[in-house]
Design a protein around this ligand. Structure first.
Ligand SMILES: Cc1cc2nc3c(=O)[nH]c(=O)nc-3n(C[C@H](O)[C@H](O)[C@H](O)COP(=O)(O)OP(=O)(O)OC[C@H]3O[C@@H](n4cnc5c(N)ncnc54)[C@H](O)[C@@H]3O)c2cc1C
Length: 370
């Protein structure tokens, strides 16, 4: 680690020590859902006020201009300090990288700033009842009208839709072209008439996602990202970010928190302790894979090859960890493990299922015959 990185991490560590909300650190599991949401929303603003928002983004869009490595190290430090995960996660991890590549000058300056300041929560409206793995099957229609588009259709599994101010959304803008060439990518204002949602209860008991119904909802021309009918290429940038390094490191640190609980309390001796040590080694491989990928940041192809496996690695390790933990006789954390076991079932489905991710690895990384 360089002297600059060491000094950055020392300052960040002191800031986290002072700013992580005490209630989150000590009573997180006992908090009501809306209290958690308030703390997570406020955390985005605290990060911005402290100068820890957009660490690796260029100063022209309001970032600190540091490297992705510093950003990754900060996420790791924050999780170790039991910091909340900001409610603006989708905006930061998905919208920002997408707009950096495909956004207009106006979209970048307006929306990235809002996201970094913690002023807007975003959701992702890709999946539909008939379009998940086969995303190009979306049927939500965007009809051209004066000054923009009217959107009608249904989205599903839309995480944080109930809190969102805006949505990155795929809709069909033509029926005459082949299906990969008639999708467009929009930045939808979620606070307008014509949008209704119904929250969905997960098996863990949480309700983090919703069905979203769109009934002639207006999107102005300036909120179309890239060219009309070129939304598929834009969506691929979003999906690559979703399965990439920053996402992996945030999951790695969450898993590290779970592993620390096992090491400290639930599996301190004997065979369980040995299993935990094996899991520790496996988890460090995820971290190693992320850090190694960062050495290839300037080589898009190699960076993609190295980050492509991360989603499968972390999600399946986390599932194995919770399957093990839920069987342990630890009364203090029984409820925590029950919740985690159920919650983490979804990890091999969201951000694109692991079966699909394995297809991508086989096809684009290993070059296997179809
Ligand atoms: C907790 C959670 C949060 C989510 N949040 C969002 C969100 O915010 N926004 C959003 O747009 N979506 C979200 N999703 C949806 C998620 O992206 C989809 O569930 C996922 O892409 C799978 O699509 P599907 O559910 O339609 O399953 P399907 O595509 O119907 O697949 C069903 C099964 O068939 C397998 N399968 C399908 N095609 C193939 C193939 N070609 N080869 C091998 N196996 C295949 C799949 O792997 C899966 O096991 C979320 C999902 C979850 C669980």
């Amino acid at each position: 680690m360089t002297v600059v990185q060491t000094s950055f991490l020392e300052t960040a560590s002191a800031w986290l020590e002072e700013n992580v909300p005490e209630r989150w650190r000590t009573e997180r599991n006992a908090l009501a859902e809306d209290e958690k949401i308030d703390i997570r929303r406020e955390w985005d603003r605290q990060l911005y006020a402290g100068g820890y928002s957009g660490l690796s983004l260029p100063p022209e869009v309001g970032g600190r201009g540091l490297g992705l490595r510093e950003e990754v190290l900060f996420h790791e430090l924050a999780a170790r300090a039991h910091a909340p995960e900001g409610l603006g996660r989708i905006g930061r991890i998905l919208t920002v990288p997408t707009l950096l590549v495909h956004g207009s000058e106006q979209q970048r300056s307006r929306y990235i700033q809002e996201i970094l300041r913690g002023e807007s929560v975003w959701c992702q409206g890709f999946s539909e009842p008939g379009a998940g793995s086969d995303l190009a099957s979306v049927t939500t229609q965007a009809r051209r009208v004066d000054g923009g588009y009217l959107l009608s259709g249904q989205k599903i599994w839309t995480s944080f839709a109930q809190y969102a101010d805006r949505c990155i959304l795929l809709a069909r803008t033509s029926t005459s072209e082949p299906r990969y060439r008639n999708l467009s990518y929009f930045l939808l204002d979620m606070k307008q008439p014509g949008i209704t949602f119904r929250t969905i209860k997960q098996i863990s008991g949480d309700s983090h996602f919703a069905e979203v119904f769109l009934d002639d909802v207006f999107v102005p021309d300036e909120d179309l990202v890239g060219e009309e009918n070129n939304g598929w290429a834009v969506a691929m940038t979003t999906l690559t970010a979703e399965r990439g390094g920053i996402e992996a490191i945030t999951r790695y640190v969450e898993m590290r928190g779970d592993l620390d609980t096992l090491e400290r309390c639930c599996a301190t001796e004997g065979a369980p302790r040995e299993r935990v040590q094996d899991m520790d080694t496996a988890l460090e491989l995820v971290r190693w894979q992320v850090m190694k990928a960062l050495d290839f940041m300037d080589d898009d192809r190699e960076f993609f090859r190295r980050t492509c496996v991360l989603k499968v690695m972390w999600s399946e390790q986390w599932q194995r960890m919770t399957e093990f933990a839920v069987e342990l006789p630890c009364s203090e954390h029984r409820e925590h493990w029950r919740h985690q076991y159920l919650e983490v079932r979804a990890a091999s489905i969201y951000s694109g299922s692991n079966e699909i991710q394995r297809n991508i690895i086989g096809d684009r990384v290993l070059g296997l015959p179809r």
